[in-house]
Ligand binder design. Structure first.
Ligand code: GCO
Ligand code: MG
Length: 402
């Protein structure tokens, strides 16, 4: 079953997305997400210029061989652009395999390991009272896990805090906007927020917090220690993880569980973190970590070390990525949590899908394949708009991690 067509579709229904659509000689189609926030056109061009010509005529059934061909064959391994392009091909091939077999992809991955995929929602507000109200909304909707982010007194614009109605979107102006950060103000404020949230919701709601790579390991250790009384499910990306051994320092001081991985693109990014048990959740994604094939390899490796999955699911990952993530989430033995930020209505229209939310769980599609598609005609009505993630500076102007 040869691939006869491969289309790279760039569209902006509410935000930018890059999608690869493969077509076989029998007319079976498969889709894969290739969106890399703020760097979309780099992946689109990698795909059109360097990957699409290699796909035409290949056997669509050979998922593993195609993965190895694109990974080893390029000579230049890894990196978010390459791995997002490989992910798109891989995801589309799993979609095709499911359609050909007449089975949802999770059945090809071994079938269900659980009844539903537990998701967490984002409760954020400038004030603590505001965040308590948002968290209460999520509890009313049936969520069992909530990520809590608030404004920090003295800082005007804090990442992850949703300013108004509509879908949270960190990417904005084509030239990045700049925010000011103070670690001291942040570390002083956060424990008091969680004291209030825990008091309000009791011991059973799963609470999470995203640090967004803002701290050094010893600062992260202090934060983890100060949050211990509030029993978080995880503290996310507490420090940049290029220096994997740096996490030893965090571990030495705190039992607050740690999730990392939204910027990982390969198993090598977390090899030491996992094998030394320096983290509790690997929070990578189908689109940025080489597709279903590679992400499953990462999660299987993690399982050996009691590390669970924690799939990244922000709105800059398209419904194609979320659909694919759910097939993995429902099937792997060491699933942890799936992030869920519902997409804008217009995004959902361009990407019709049949996964669904009920009582705090997402359920993968039961249709053959992934159960998601792209409406190419509708997509063409939303042309690409350059948009960049912000940058972040300390109060004295020093550039800091965003
Ligand atoms: C999260 C995130 C996101 C990222 C975004 C970058 O945990 O959901 O940290 O908001 O910043 O996905 O593209
Ligand atoms: Mg995050």
């Amino acid at each position: 079953m040869r691939i006869v067509d491969a289309r790279v579709i760039v569209t902006c229904p509410g935000r930018n997305f890059v999608t690869l659509k493969l077509v076989t000689e029998d007319g079976v189609t498969g889709v894969g997400d290739a969106t890399l926030n703020g760097r979309e056109l780099a992946v689109a061009s990698y795909l059109s210029e360097h990957v699409v010509p290699l796909l035409i005529g290949r056997d669509a059934a050979r998922i593993e061989d195609t993965w190895q061909y694109l990974y080893k064959g390029a000579y230049w391994r890894r990196g978010p652009v390459t791995m997002s392009a490989i992910a798109a091909v891989d995801t589309a091939l799993w979609d095709i395999k499911g359609k050909v077999a007449g089975l949802p992809v999770y059945q090809l991955l071994g079938g269900r390991s659980r009844e539903g995929v537990t998701v967490y929602g984002h409760a954020s507000a400038d004030t603590v009272d505001g965040v308590l109200a948002r968290a209460a909304d999520f509890v009313r909707q049936g969520y069992r896990a909530v990520r809590v982010q608030t404004g920090v007194p003295g800082l005007s614009d804090v990442y992850g805090v949703h300013a108004g109605p509509g879908v949270y979107e960190p990417a904005g102006a084509a030239v990045p906007t700049e925010a000011v950060w103070s670690t001291e103000r942040y570390l002083d404020h956060v424990p008091a927020v969680f004291a209030r949230v825990r008091e309000e919701f009791g011991p059973h709601l799963k609470l999470l917090h995203d640090v967004h790579h803002r701290l050094t390991p010893i600062e992260a250790a202090r934060l983890g220690k100060s949050l211990e009384p509030y029993a978080l499910t995880w503290m996310e990306d507490p420090a940049p993880a290029e220096l994997q051994e740096g996490f030893r320092l965090i571990r030495r001081h705190t039992t607050t569980p740690i999730a990392v991985g939204e910027v990982f693109n390969s198993i090598w990014d977390c090899q030491r973190l996992v094998s030394e048990q320096l983290v509790d959740y690997v929070r990578a994604t189908v689109v940025h970590a080489g597709g279903i094939t590679h992400l499953r390899r990462i999660f299987d490796f993690a399982a050996l070390y009691h590390v669970r999955s924690g799939s990244h699911g922000a709105t800059d990952l398209s419904p194609v990525c979320l659909a694919a993530a759910l097939h993995l989430d429902i099937s792997i033995p060491n699933f942890g949590l799936q992030e869920y930020m519902p997409h804008a209505e217009v995004t959902d229209e361009v990407f019709p899908h049949t996964y669904r939310f009920a009582e705090g769980y997402l359920h993968p599609s039961e249709e053959p394949g992934l159960g998601v598609d792209i409406d190419e005609e509708l997509a063409a009505r939303y042309p690409y708009k350059p948009a960049a993630l912000p940058v972040n500076r300390l109060e004295d102007g020093t550039l800091h991690s965003w």
